[in-house]
Design a protein around this ligand. Sequence first.
Ligand SMILES: C[S@@+](CC[C@H](N)C(=O)[O-])C[C@H]1O[C@@H](n2cnc3c(N)ncnc32)[C@H](O)[C@@H]1O
Length: 241
Amino acid sequence: MRLSEKSKNVQDMFDKIADRYDLLNRLLSARQDVRWRKALAQKLPAQADRQGVLYDVACGTGDVMLTVAKLRADYAQIRGFDISFEMLRKGESRPDLGKWIRKANARCSFTQASAEALPAEPASAHAVTIAFGLRNVDNREQALREMFRVLKPGGRVLVLEFFQPHSTLFAKAFDFYFTNVLPKVGGLISDRAAYQYLPASVGSMPSAEAFAQTLREIGFINITQQMWLSGATRLFVADKP
Ligand SMILES: C[S@@+](CC[C@H](N)C(=O)[O-])C[C@H]1O[C@@H](n2cnc3c(N)ncnc32)[C@H](O)[C@@H]1O
C-alpha cells in the first residue's frame, strides 16, 4: 500500500485513537451517527437474489458494515477497506456487539487498503459506501473514481459526510462545538490532537454543490442528497449508469 505523507499522518492518528473511537463517536454525536448509518443502509439498492456485494471504503471499525449486516439480508458479501490497521483490528473483534458479531463476521471481511487504489476488480460491487471517511482521504477525486470503477453498471455509491451547514447560526454553533467542546472531550478520553484535527478536516470539504458537480463529472447520475442538522451531515446517493 503506497501512501502520501498526509495519508501516513492520518493513518497514524487513527491507529492511535482506534481503541476509543466507537465510544467517542456515540458520545460526541449523541448517538445520531447510528441513525445516519441506518438511513444509509436503507438506501442501498435491493438485491432480489440476496447475493449483493458491498464495498465499504474507509470502513474504520466497521460501523457501516455491521449496520448493513444487521439490516440488509440481501447483501451476502460486505468488504471493508481502510488504511489503519488498528481500526481494522478493532472492527474484527467488536466486543460491544457480543455474540451477534460472529454471525455478521461470516459476511464481513476487512482489508488494509487505500481508497485511492482499491484491491477490487472493475464492475464487481452492487454498492460502495464511505461514511465520515472521504474528508480524511488525501486524493478525494481519485477515491471517487475508484468507487466508480469497482461499481457494476447500475450500481450505487453512498457518501455520508459532514459539510458546511446552510444556516449561519447553525454553522456558528457547529464551529463552537467542533473547536471548543470536541477537542476537550476527545482529549480527556482519547488523543487531543486527533480531535483538534476534526474541525480542520470538515472545513476542507468542498461545498455540497461542488461535491455534486464532481460526482457528475466522474459519470454518476441520479444524484440526490438527504440532510440532517441543517445540512451539516449529508448523505449523497448516486448511481453508475
Ligand atoms: C472517521 S473514520 C470513519 C470510520 C467509519 N466509516 C465510520 O463510519 O465510523 C475515518 C476512517 O478513514 C480512514 N482513512 C483515511 N484515509 C483513508 C484512505 N486514503 N483510504 C482508506 N481509508 C482511509 C481512517 O483510517 C479512518 O478509519
